[in-house]
Design a protein around this ligand. Structure first.
Ligand SMILES: NC(=O)c1ccc[n+]([C@@H]2O[C@H](COP(=O)([O-])OP(=O)(O)OC[C@H]3O[C@@H](n4cnc5c(N)ncnc54)[C@H](OP(=O)(O)O)[C@@H]3O)[C@@H](O)[C@H]2O)c1
Length: 307
């Protein structure tokens, strides 16, 4: 079966962790998968591993760096020339708890990569997703997006002077900034859902979280925690990446998923367990907040995202 007839899915950050497992799962389900990654070597290794498990997998690489706006635009153009259809966009790539970093766009790295890069990518691909048949946009958030302290800090978006304050999570800096970016994934989904509904679009916006999964997301943690990880995971309700990715796969392909659903593990504290419907944080229902984030994102990117 060629890509002309297969569903086509784009997964950002697909070379490792949840993105890799999601790509593998989508390939198993018969989708043609585009691995949108910043490293060709790492993506090609992942494609080799997918093909070893799913011999007839259609998996290809296209370069994407979410903090490089030109890279995002190039990705959208190349996708259009190389793939005649697009059915699922999984906005998965993410970074957690780096030392405070200001990107070339003058923004705090986690907000720029985790939210804004995906906002631009979604805007550029939206027309292709706008089809008579149902298509999906899946935004990958986190339990951090549900933290009570998580907010969009409009007056200090890049955490000038207070980056290291906020929730303590395994000694990582910038966790409130991470929470901000992951709340942004949720608010973006809510506003997408509303705008698609209002315009009568058949594009389903869904948000998901994997619970707690043992992936490279811990790369900014201390060497000691990373060395102890194989032992810690046994005692801390931490899933394997394949288990964590089940929520992303349900969000991407599940038959009983509605626009605006928050799909995550339904076991202990939503860290592990069967994928299912999870409660959204109260801020997700704050329409003014969702709209304000949308406008801010447009302003920061210098675009209009009209639906
Ligand atoms: N693991 C968990 O427990 C957990 C919990 C809640 C939410 N999440 C969310 O799940 C998503 C996937 O995380 P993961 O756990 O699978 O982490 P991971 O193993 O570290 O994978 C992150 C992926 O994002 C890519 N990435 C980072 N910055 C990028 C950029 N600027 N442009 C393009 N790609 C970029 C990485 O590429 P490189 O390999 O090139 O760095 C990698 O492929 C994230 O959005 C994360 O917030 C994870």
């Amino acid at each position: 079966m060629g890509s002309q007839s297969k569903k086509c899915a784009v997964v950002t950050g697909a070379n490792t962790g949840l993105g890799y497992e999601t790509s593998l799962g989508l390939a198993r389900e018969g989708c043609a998968v585009v691995l949108a990654c910043r490293s060709q070597d790492r993506a090609e290794q992942a494609i080799g591993e997918i093909r070893a498990r799913v011999p007839d997998a259609e998996a290809t690489f296209l370069p994407l760096d979410l903090v490089d706006r030109e890279s995002i635009r190039r990705f959208a153009r190349e996708l259009e020339t190389k793939h005649d259809r697009l059915d699922v966009l999984v906005n998965n790539a993410g970074v957690m708890g780096p030392p405070r970093t200001i990107t070339r766009n003058g923004l705090e790295l986690q907000f720029d990569a985790n939210h804004l890069g995906h906002f631009l990518l979604t805007q550029l691909l939206f027309e292709r997703l706008d089809q008579p048949h149902e298509t999906r946009i899946v935004n990958v958030s986190s339990l951090a997006g549900k933290w009570e302290e998580a907010d969009i800090f409009f007056d200090n978006l890049s955490f000038e002077g207070n980056y290291d304050e906020g929730p303590d999570f395994m000694g990582l800096p910038g966790m409130l900034a991470y929470g901000q970016s992951k709340l942004a994934n949720i608010l973006f989904t809510m506003e997408l859902r509303d705008r698609c509904a209002k315009a009568g679009k058949n594009v389903k916006a869904v948000v998901t979280h994997p619970g707690a999964s043992n992936t490279d997301l811990s790369r900014n943690m201390s060497i000691w925690i990373r060395l102890l990880a194989p032992i810690l995971v046994r005692f801390m309700d931490i899933s394997t990446p394949a288990e964590g990715a089940r929520s992303l796969l349900v969000a991407a392909l599940g038959p009983d998923v509605n626009a605006g659903d928050f799909i995550g593990p339904t076991g202990k504290n939503e860290r592990i367990g069967e994928p299912g419907l999870c409660a959204l944080p109260p801020k997700a229902h704050d329409k003014a907040l969702c709209e304000r984030l949308w406008r801010l994102s447009e302003e920061l990117l210098g675009i209009e995202f009209q639906i």
